[in-house]
Design a protein around this ligand. Structure first.
Ligand code: NDP
Length: 452
């Protein structure tokens, strides 16, 4: 039987674009991709990329203060938000065009429409066109989740934060994960008065306790008012903005309330359940290690499968799928020891087991040092850096590495290579330090601070 396409990808984000390109350019497949919104997906259009540019923008006031401390005669004026936003939008346009060109150059046909699955070998576009397809890849990502409560419609999400007409004076951020903590720092750096409400005991649940404690302390020292054990009962519109009534009875007014309380997989209305595609408890598409769903011709990669919701992981999953199905190279995406960085101020870079998780797994040695780095110390700041290794007492392997401080994201990428290779504490030790750096502490910690 012949099909209109060998592969039809639904979703033009990181995972979908990679899979389409490899299947077409390297696998020789006839490929089409449908995207209902902008090409590039969450990461490029409303996630990692604009977020990181906002992180950069938000760091300048502190840099200016440091410059003054170093003797420079400089003064930061107010941020011209419309100017920054205009440049940001132009950059996203550029990137979107680059994604489009990449696909075109790879021979992929692009449809700027929503697509749904009609049967295991048929898709339909919003304009009514239908195609027969040999394989379907669902790469539709996720969307922000806001819980239902009175006034929840007054809250915005990370989708809207990049489009604000004016920068708010007072912002409430709800949540304690990556997005909430990053935006608390960004807005604080941009001069907004920020409160962060988190329902649990400490933000950044899941990361190493010592590391997240250090991030939270520094965020508070930087001026963010973090309220743990606090949830919102209702939001009401008032003359001056939005009034947030918390479960502890306190009331406070804000110009913007940003909910960053997790993301849900984008599966609604795709027609999958009717075909027997298994959907998990959180609404995610259930796939095997080859990213294949319970319907053999339908695969899924990225956030819609809710495995590890990070762009580089979606890219690997998309690539592995294309290698397996179209290049004759069976490849499983590797979900072991994936490093990540939270772009808070200070940054948190992390790979492997936290101290708490490792302690449950067996005898461990903890190597950690916390110190004030010379750059900010000279400028009169009290910021502290944390370098931490979690080591298996039996095998001597470094099971986890956690870094808090400037450029922790850059540092953890390099440490991750060693950890992924299975480096032991002794491998770290016989590596000569690069001096004077912050990361040299990773190879100079001689004695464990704790053993379990
Ligand atoms: P996270 O899962 O990281 O955090 C969600 C937060 O919201 C948690 O603190 C959670 O609390 C809280 N929460 C969940 N439900 C409710 C509720 N009903 N009421 C109040 N609070 C609630 O999600 P994010 O939205 O921050 O980010 C989504 C994903 O995107 C991340 O998991 C990550 O994979 C990815 N991401 C990665 C980034 C990076 O690599 N730098 C940056 C941004 C996003 P609790 O802890 O109690 O569950």
């Amino acid at each position: 039987m012949t099909f209109d396409y060998d592969l039809f990808v639904i979703g033009g984000g990181s995972g979908g674009v990679r899979a389409a390109r490899i299947a077409s350019a390297e696998g020789g497949a006839k490929v089409a991709l449908a995207e209902e919104s902008r090409m590039g997906g969450t990461c490029v259009i409303r996630g990692c990329v604009p977020k990181k540019l906002m992180v950069f923008a938000s760091e300048y006031p502190e840099m200016m203060a440091d410059a003054q401390a170093y003797g420079w005669d400089v003064q930061a004026g107010p941020l011209d938000w419309p100017k920054f936003r205009g440049k940001l939008e132009a950059e996203l346009d550029r990137l979107e065009a680059a994604y489009r060109n990449t696909l075109k150059n790879a021979g992929v046909t692009i449809f700027d429409h929503r697509a749904v699955v009609v049967d295991p070998h048929r898709v339909r576009l919003a304009d009514g066109q239908e195609f027969s397809v040999k394989h379907i890849l669902i790469a539709t990502g996720g969307r922000p989740f806001v819980p239902e409560f009175p006034g929840s419609d007054l809250a915005i999400t990370s989708n809207e934060i990049f489009h604000l007409q004016t920068l708010p004076k007072r912002a409430l951020i709800v949540g304690g994960g990556y997005i909430a903590s990053e935006f608390a720092c960004i807005l604080n750096g941009l001069g907004v008065e920020v409160k962060q409400y988190y329902r649990g005991a400490q933000i950044l649940r899941g990361f190493d306790d010592e590391a997240r404690g250090q991030v939270a302390n520094q965020m508070a020292a930087n001026g963010i008012s973090i309220h743990c054990g606090t949830a919102i009962e209702r939001l009401t519109k008032v003359a001056g903005g939005i009034c947030a009534i918390a479960t502890d009875g306190t009331e406070a007014e804000f110009d913007v309330v940003l909910y960053a309380t997790g993301r849900n997989p984008n599966v609604a209305g795709l027609g999958l359940e009717a075909l027997g595609v298994k959907i998990g408890r959180k609404g995610e598409i259930v796939v095997d290690e080859w990213s294949q769903t319970s319907v053999p011709s339908i695969y899924a990669v990225g956030d819609v499968t809710d495995r590890i919701n990070l762009t580089p992981v979606a890219i690997r999953e998309g690539h592995a799928f294309a290698d397996t199905v179209f290049r004759g190279v069976p490849t499983k995406a590797d979900h072991e020891l994936v490093a990540s960085a939270v772009f808070t101020q200070p940054e948190l870079g992390s790979i492997g087991l936290s101290e708490e998780a490792a302690r449950d797994a067996g005898p461990v040695e903890i190597y950690a040092t916390s110190f004030r780095p010379m750059r900010s110390l000279f400028a009169g700041r009290q910021d502290k850096v944390l370098m931490k290794l979690v080591v298996c007492a039996d095998t001597r392997r470094v099971l986890g590495c956690h870094i808090v401080g400037p450029n922790a994201g850059e540092m953890i990428q390099l440490a991750a290579i060693a950890v992924k290779m299975g480096a032991t504490k002794e491998d770290f030790d016989r590596t000569v330090a690069v001096h004077p750096t912050m990361s040299e502490e990773l190879v100079t910690m001689r004695k464990p601070v704790r053993t379990f």
